[in-house]
Design a protein around this ligand. Structure first.
Ligand code: F6R
Length: 259
């Protein structure tokens, strides 16, 4: 695991974009597969990748994107559905084809339909050849995707209840807490671990405890993002505030400075 600590969120976005660009180049696939997080954390990173596209350093016109998660029960076209967010923030600016953007299906009306949609999503990821680079944020409670504390470390895409903490944190995107869905369909932690490379971005003091638990605490379902420790190619790109509670900071900085 590599831990890169940068002064500001803007530096995080720039550095994380470089890590993603290197990862996609190393994938050596004409049509790479990118795993896409939503939320505020990756927005700066997406803006940097969009700049790389404009500068001719990145071409995602043949790429496929897989979202980490989706709310259950939002009407099609709802501006806060993750499909709409990714169409706005990624497909347009980065030139990723909307036809090759895949998002878990949260439209099922029954549990059986949602379960079938989740299984279909797993098959789609497998048929694509797997995710080359997975972009991740982290919840203040340590969730990864919408795998809330207690999620099985080997879980696959499935329906999950959102925790009260997550619903409150995400209420800022809606008119009020009562509008935030109670359930989601999320890639499982096992699904995330199958990606060839993980790139986690986090900024701000609200993430400091979760980041410390994820990177330096025990590998535990109580902190789902701790699965990063299990992955052979994971990079966490943090600003000073998000890194404030890390104990091994000297080591990370020395390693980042080079061999
Ligand atoms: C979103 C996702 C979540 C977010 C996390 C952080 O697809 O999977 O795990 O990354 O909730 O959200 P922000 O970045 O808004 O703080």
């Amino acid at each position: 695991m590599e831990v890169l600590v940068l002064p500001t969120p803007a530096d995080v976005a720039r550095r994380a974009a470089e890590v993603v660009l290197e990862g996609l180049a190393a994938a050596r696939r004409a049509a790479p597969v990118v795993g896409l997080a939503t939320g505020s954390s990756p927005l700066g990173l997406y803006a940097e990748l969009a700049a790389a596209v404009r500068a001719g350093r990145l071409d995602l016109s043949g790429a496929t994107g897989f979202a980490l998660d989706e709310y259950v029960g939002l009407p099609p076209g709802h501006p806060q559905s993750y499909r709409e967010v990714l169409l706005r923030e990624v497909c347009g600016p980065l030139g990723l084809s909307a036809e090759r953007l895949h998002v878990p299906d949260g439209s099922g009306r029954t549990e059986a339909e949602l379960v079938e949609g989740a299984a279909r999503y797993e098959r789609l990821i497998a048929e694509s050849g797997g995710v080359d680079v997975q972009i991740l944020g982290i919840g203040a409670n340590g969730h990864l995707g919408f795998n809330e504390p207690g999620s099985a470390l080997s879980s696959r895409t499935r329906v999950k209840r959102l925790s009260d903490r997550t619903r409150h944190d995400n209420a800022r995107f809606f008119d009020g807490i009562e509008d935030v869905p109670t359930h989601c369909v999320t890639q499982g932690l096992g699904t995330v671990l199958d990606a060839r490379q993980l790139v986690l971005v986090a900024s701000g003091t609200a993430k400091a405890a979760a980041v410390a638990a994820a990177l330096e605490g025990p590998l535990s379902a109580s902190c789902p993002a701790s699965v990063l420790q299990w992955h052979a190619d994971a990079t966490a790109v943090l600003d000073e505030d998000a890194a404030a509670l890390l104990r091994n900071r000297d080591y990370y900085d020395a390693s980042a400075a080079g061999l």
